[in-house]
Design a protein around this ligand. Structure first.
Ligand code: PHE
Length: 463
């Protein structure tokens, strides 16, 4: 990297500070990736889509599509060193002669805002469950009682609105403090601690007597049950869980020092994220089968299952409290990433402070989130297309906006950017580079478009 001609990229400097170390960047990207997606969303969508075959498709999507998109995003971010909108405009101009690429950044900013609007609601549930756990209500409770408890909780819109407000407040607070002070500190101990607690829970599931059933459900594929719609959901989830397709990772890449390996970081983050998701599912499904619950329980799955397990353990109230605290932390560090593109854009565009940006964008997100708050109670019968407001915002963002963002990002990095630029960022033209290039140029964009067209039935209509 050092011996190449001095490009503009090398002289460009980040407007928001830098990560203090390589480890800090890895932690931040991992913190963004590991969140509700792994522990709340993955198990319930795997359950709704029949398990095995869905999980296999998801794993393929992570490796073949998630990986090259993540690498592309980091390299674009680092080269542009600005918010995703300005970075895409700048590099679009430099590499392809068109500033229109900024619309890809713009779509990411909007996707982040929309995702956080419902993400914060679910994160609010985890905050509420911290207090419920600590109060001991789950100790010795039956699966039925715990299920009823959850329904009563989400049915109370005031409580749900209150916890959503609390969570957005916490997020605004950290984002306002800025890159180094706010983001790094939150991430440092959260991921390792979360893994330890997952292992404790795994111990419970292993001894539950239904572990084998859980494993079979997760890994025995029955492809006859797989629809193209569930393939699209698996693809969308690969994007969601890795925080890619909307510029969060691009924004983080903008603060990345020149000498950090993008390849190594991506592999580490993708591996950690996938392991945590699989762990969560391995914990949850044996509990589902042990207590005769329904794998297709929906968004309440984690809240209906884990407290049952905690309720039967000695020291369960303690472990349960810690678990939901960690889950809230994981959600927090992801929420920061969801807001970062919008906040960085606001700061650079209007020349305002981070604090102001965090408050303005945060309040907007909070307002939008009320739609999701009410989706579980007052407006639960107000359904269209995919279901409630919450269901629709989730579907639109995860399964349409993020994969579409992925197409543009890989096409930009693989086809528009010149080979020298990408090779310089990815550390030369060795095997890893060639592999990335094939995935970014062909496999990812073609694969995403294929799944899209299949899922909406357009491909069959055309042929
Ligand atoms: N990856 C996060 C999760 O799995 C969600 C997220 C998506 C965060 C996009 C940032 C950007 O919970």
């Amino acid at each position: 990297m050092q011996n190449s001609q001095a490009t503009t990229a090398e002289k460009r400097t980040s407007l928001h500070g830098f990560w203090s170390s390589r480890m800090a960047f890895i932690l931040a990207v991992t913190g963004s990736a590991v969140g509700l997606g792994n522990i709340w969303k993955f198990p319930y969508i795997a359950g709704e889509n029949g398990g095995g075959a869905f999980v296999i498709v998801y794993l393929f999507c992570v490796v073949l599509i998630g990986m090259p998109v993540m690498m592309s995003e980091i390299l674009i971010g680092r080269r542009g060193r600005r918010n995703p909108v300005a970075t895409m405009a700048l590099l679009g101009q430099e590499e392809g002669g068109s500033r229109n690429w900024q619309w890809v950044g713009g779509m990411g900013v909007i996707a982040g805002i929309l995702i956080l609007s419902y993400y914060s609601v679910i994160a609010g549930w985890t905050l509420a469950y911290v207090f419920k756990s600590a109060s001991g209500v789950f100790s010795g409770a039956s699966a039925d009682e715990i299920g009823a408890h959850f329904s009563a909780f989400v049915g109370n819109w005031k409580l749900v609105a209150f916890s959503h407000t609390l969570f957005m407040g916490l997020t605004i607070f950290v984002v306002a403090r800025g890159v180094e002070r706010g983001l790094e500190q939150a991430v440092r101990f959260m991921v390792p601690a979360l893994i330890v607690l997952m292992l404790v829970l795994l111990g419970y599931s292993l001894t539950s007597g239904h572990f084998g059933e859980g494993v079979a459900f997760l890994f025995m594929p029955d492809f006859s049950k797989l629809t193209w719609d569930s393939v699209l959901i698996a693809l969308g989830h690969a994007f969601f869980t890795l925080s890619i397709g909307m510029g969060a990772i691009m924004a983080y890449g903008a603060y990345l020092p020149e000498d950090t390996s993008i390849n190594g970081t991506s592999v580490a983050v993708v591996t950690a994220d996938t392991v945590i998701a699989i762990l969560a599912a391995l914990v949850i499904f044996p509990i589902v089968f042990e207590f005769g619950l329904n794998p297709a329980d929906g968004p309440g799955l984690v809240f209906d299952t884990l407290p049952v397990a905690f309720g039967q353990m000695t020291g369960g109230a303690f472990f349960s409290t810690i678990f939901f605290v960690l889950l809230a932390f994981a959600a927090w560090t992801s929420a920061i990433g969801l807001m970062e593109p919008a906040v960085a854009w606001y700061v650079e565009n209007f020349h305002r402070t981070r604090a102001e940006a965090a408050i303005v964008i945060g309040v907007l997100i909070w307002l939008l989130g009320i739609g999701s708050v009410l989706s579980f109670n007052v407006l639960s019968d107000f359904t269209f297309y995919r279901g409630t407001i919450f269901d629709n915002v989730d579907y639109l963002t995860s399964n349409i906006m993020l994969p579409l963002g992925g197409v543009f990002i890989t096409v930009f990095a693989g086809w528009v950017m010149c080979r020298n630029s990408t090779a310089e960022e990815l550390g030369g033209t060795g095997t890893a580079y060639m592999l990335w290039r094939i995935l970014a140029r062909f496999v990812a964009p073609v694969g995403i478009m294929f799944v899209f067209l299949k899922a909406v039935g357009l491909l069959d209509w055309l042929m």
